[in-house]
Design a protein around this ligand. Sequence first.
Ligand code: FOL
Length: 174
Amino acid sequence: MKQKLTTQSLATMGLLIAMIVVLSRVLGIETTFLKISFQFVPEMIMGMLFGPFWTAIGAGIADVIGMAILAKAPYFVGFTINAAIGGALYGWFFYQKEVTLRRAFLVTLLNTLLITLCLTPLWLHVMYQMPLNWAFWSLRLGKAVIFLPVQTFLIYATGRALPYKRLAKRFATR
Ligand code: FOL
């Protein structure tokens, strides 16, 4: 997992982390039990450029920075783990690979099943003693079903808009 640490990759990483923080903490909708945001766009770009390892680190750092400067709830480490797993998924699916509609759908599905429908309810249960009942879960399922096509398409469109071969070369691992 050796990536040459250039000034350019550091600056790009910083910019993408800043975008995640703004999209999730300023432009996102956050209630105590449900969040809606478009932070997955800079996360998947990070995945395309830097791969699973650095995207897990970058997304984790973005969560910690976001909580440090714009927290709306007490810090809980489970959500940092969510961010890191999500970042790793985008890296696995898109690092030096072409972004197809199929891959965009699969990564979104995996993210939804693992993070939105399993881990987040578990963390919220641990944090707030939320009962893991159907009423609570169906609300999350509803958001997931509506968001699945939106997120799939936005990830696909972002991937298509970026010249991945040229970018991959510029940020290539050595
Ligand atoms: N602790 C940390 N470290 N980061 C946080 O963002 C955080 N947030 C809360 C509490 N402790 C935290 C507030 N509680 C969701 C809902 C409530 C919540 C945290 C997360 C939630 O629904 N998350 C989404 C994924 C994030 C997204 O789509 O932007 C989910 O669908 O699981």
